[in-house]
Design a protein around this ligand. Structure first.
Ligand code: ADP
Ligand code: MG
Length: 356
């Protein structure tokens, strides 16, 4: 009997895919992977799942890859690519999760809580920038960072795409410079702190990493970490992101450019040192994924931001539970781009054949 694998998408993305409209999701790579791995694919959204009947209505690729609207038996394994902010979507996922092997799980995503979880692994601690909750008791820590000449990043606990992030940099004479996406201004340290406490309600603090730079622009890496056809974690590839001039965010959505990491880090550190650093970044990504998966076993696909400091030491900046995967294409690494779509399908196949 054929193995059936589902990909759960947000409705809007699914509708666009069916109409052939481009989104971050490269549907044709799922189709290609399914063909190569000889599995039957169904793309669906939560409304398509009819659990009482054990079927799902969605889209299956026909001959030549064209998507057809079909009702098929519920797949045994589902790769969840959708994110749900509301209770309705979350409940639908919870119901689905009870019937099929669904990865990645829908869990509350608080970046500070993720940081604390990662810190439970002692081998990760040297590569985690210090972090603190944004609360009055953290002022002494904040002052110490400023006194040490270090920047502090103030980040929303649930943010993404670089939105809502503030950078605080020390200035001489007990002052500091605040920088947001659209403005920068300088105030005294005490004023900065009062402002942060007053206006940043759901944020946390992270010590700044003195990121390595290329032509005066800050650089960090996206490390993709996924389970593959053998059920184990792998790093199929990485991409380097370079902030625009004077920018402090390396998000593509904030205007960063994307590069092949060996080339970009090679320019900064030389090719041998770059290879060593990238290997360390991959190991850091793998260790972080294993640590998170020890608590949430159904994690299978993560995109990790890793900053490399000017000495070449990697630090984990954040873990993304749904990597948009666009950076592989934008950096011209097309075979890696395909591979990051294939691994989850191969993992689903592995789960169906051998169990998780
Ligand atoms: N501690 C830090 N040190 C240096 N740069 C940082 C730090 N934290 C964030 N950044 C910069 O801000 C960007 C966005 O931060 P990140 O934590 O990845 O949040 P988001 O979910 O919005 O992408 C990073 O890619 C990096 O360029
Ligand atoms: Mg990020």
């Amino acid at each position: 009997m054929a193995l059936r694998v589902g990909v759960l998408l947000n409705r809007r993305i699914l509708q666009k895919a069916v109409r052939g409209v481009r989104t971050f999701e490269r549907i044709e790579y799922y189709v290609e992977a399914a063909r190569e791995l000889d599995v039957e694919l169904v793309l669906f959204d939560t409304a398509g799942a009819q659990l009482n009947k054990g079927v799902v209505t969605g889209y299956v690729p026909g001959a030549r890859g064209k998507l057809r609207h079909r009702t098929v038996e519920l797949p045994g394994a589902v790769h969840k690519r959708a994110l749900y902010r509301g209770a309705v979507g979350r409940r639908a996922v919870a119901r689905l999760q009870r019937r099929v092997y669904l990865f990645n799980p829908e869990i509350p995503w608080d970046k500070y809580a993720v940081d604390q979880l990662l810190r439970s692994e002692p081998r990760l601690c040297p590569n985690l920038p210090e972090a603190r909750p944004l609360e009055p008791a953290s002022y002494a820590w904040f002052q110490r960072q400023m006194d040490a000449g270090r920047e502090v990043f103030v980040k929303p606990r649930r943010g993404s795409l670089g939105l809502g992030i503030l950078k605080v940099a020390p200035l001489p004479g007990g002052r500091c410079r605040l920088q947001s996406r659209s403005r920068r201004w300088s105030v005294s340290m005490g004023e900065a702190w009062r402002r942060l406490i007053r206006t940043c309600k759901h944020h946390y603090l992270q010590a700044g990493i003195p990121l390595c730079q290329d032509e005066g622009c800050r650089v960090d890496l996206r490390v993709v970490v996924q389970r593959g056809g053998d059920g184990r974690w792998h790093v199929p590839g990485m991409a380097a992101k370079r902030a625009p001039r004077r920018g402090f965010l390396t998000n593509v959505a904030r205007g960063a450019s994307v590069h092949v990491p060996e080339e970009l880090l090679g320019r900064i550190f030389g090719p041998r040192e770059a290879a060593r650093i990238l290997e360390e970044c991959a190991q850091l990504g793998l260790r972080a994924a294993e640590t998170l998966a020890a608590r949430h076993p159904r994690f299978a696909d993560l995109g990790i931001d890793v900053g490399v400091d000017q000495e070449g030491k990697p630090f984990l900046i954040e873990v993304n539970r749904r990597d948009l995967r666009i950076m592989m294409g934008l950096s011209g690494q097309h075979s890696v781009h395909r591979l990051v779509y294939k691994n989850p399908i191969a993992y689903a196949r592995h789960v169906l054949l051998e169990g998780a």
